[in-house]
Write a protein that binds this ligand. Structure first.
Ligand code: F6R
Length: 364
């Protein structure tokens, strides 16, 4: 049931504070602000390398997780889209952990990759939203997301719940490896517990973002830029826009602009920049200058500090709460979802059932 919402996608976007809180609740112990994963008989502290495989939006969640695993737990991560993984003859270490991320738990390419890894003796971890799915049944380590049924074809709440689980997992592995002290763990948990409130403040920008749809709707191409763990968010923003508004969009690492895509920039190509203030912000500001110098029109998504510093001369700005870098990718998912959603509404496309797409892709 859609209730008061126009589309399932819209309802699911607005459910995120609740379902992310639900998901986090099952991975965090609030009594002592620690991380508590489900029980399984596999020693995570032995893991030296993680292989992560997924498709589409779930792949972008995996990409964010790579930054987290490497930064916090110092565990190298191999990352692939499932359709590439099996056929490139990946080298898998004995006793390795392979993680599969999927909303449906039925995506054929991801499932085939999972079975391949199983045959190779890997331990199979699965982050999945449908608890009765094939992937859930075939997992050694089941890490459920609690997003509830996702009806809109474009994934929204499943994505942020995947990120919630993966952030807890990365932090937990950092604790197991002795790289995160109990005090630091507590602080990380405190930040994670703030996520639902931050998602609510991001959702408060809904009307403002709806008012920006007319800036995006006439475009033929849109670029999304981000750095570090916000780079996958740029790709996710571009995917959402493509899927439901049929506008061509690409996500790039901000620093890659000058290596090619800058050739596309003119006054007709909106550039959406995702840039929470922080150590990487200055670099992104200079990438924005490169865009502006070529007449590019920027939509800047940042916090108050970032907008104060770099908002001038932008076509539009979207203010996010100031958040810890660990949780920024979860919070910044909201404005890119809303921008795609409102642009599609303005164009009058079928938001919940975009052309040519199926909710679950069960053929390879
Ligand atoms: C994007 C989208 C798809 C899915 C992809 C994987 O909005 O919905 O890209 O993310 O097909 O699906 P799951 O996560 O079910 O394996």
């Amino acid at each position: 049931e859609k209730g008061n919402y126009r589309h399932f996608m819209q309802k699911e976007i607005f459910e995120q504070p609740t379902v992310v809180a639900q998901t986090l609740q099952s991975y965090l112990r609030q009594a002592d602000n620690s991380i508590a994963l489900p029980q399984f008989d596999f020693d995570l502290s032995r893991v030296r390398r993680v292989t992560i495989v997924a498709c589409g939006t779930s792949y972008y969640a995996a990409m964010v997780a790579k930054y987290w695993f490497e930064q916090f737990a110092r565990i190298p991560v191999d990352l692939d889209v499932a359709s590439e993984f099996r056929y490139r003859e990946p080298v898998l270490e004995d006793g390795g952990l392979a993680l599969f991320i999927s909303q449906s738990g039925e995506t054929a390419d991801t499932l085939a990759a999972l079975r391949h890894c199983k045959e190779q003796g890997q331990t199979i971890g699965v982050v999945v939203n449908v608890p009765t799915s094939t992937m859930a049944r075939e997992a050694d380590l089941l890490l459920p997301t609690h997003a509830g049924p996702e009806i809109g074809v474009a994934s929204t709440k499943a994505f942020t719940c995947q990120l919630a689980v993966l952030s807890a997992l990365a932090a937990h592995m950092a604790v197991l490896k002795g790289l995160m002290s109990p005090e630091e763990e507590q602080r990380v948990v405190e930040h994670l517990l703030e996520v639902p409130a931050c998602l609510n403040s991001a959702l408060d920008r809904d009307e403002e973002i709806a008012g920006m749809a007319h800036l995006i709707a006439p475009a033929r191409d849109v670029l999304y830029l981000g750095r570090g763990p916000d780079f996958p968010l740029a790709m996710e923003g571009a995917l959402k826009l493509k899927e439901i508004s049929y506008i061509h969009a690409e996500g790039y690492a901000s620093g890659e602009m000058k290596h090619g895509p800058i050739a596309l920039i003119d006054e007709h190509v909106p550039v959406v920049v995702l840039a929470p203030s922080g150590p990487l912000f200055e670099k992104t500001v200079s990438n924005m200058e490169e865009v502006r110098a070529r007449g590019g029109k920027i939509v800047l998504i940042s916090d108050r500090e970032g907008i104060a510093e770099a908002g001038e001369g932008c076509m539009a700005t979207i203010e996010m709460p100031r958040v810890h870098p660990l949780i920024a990718p979860i919070v910044y998912a909201i404005p890119v979802q809303l921008l795609a959603y409102h642009t599609a509404c303005l164009k009058g496309t079928d938001v919940d059932q975009p052309r040519n797409l199926a909710k679950s892709v069960t053929v390879e």
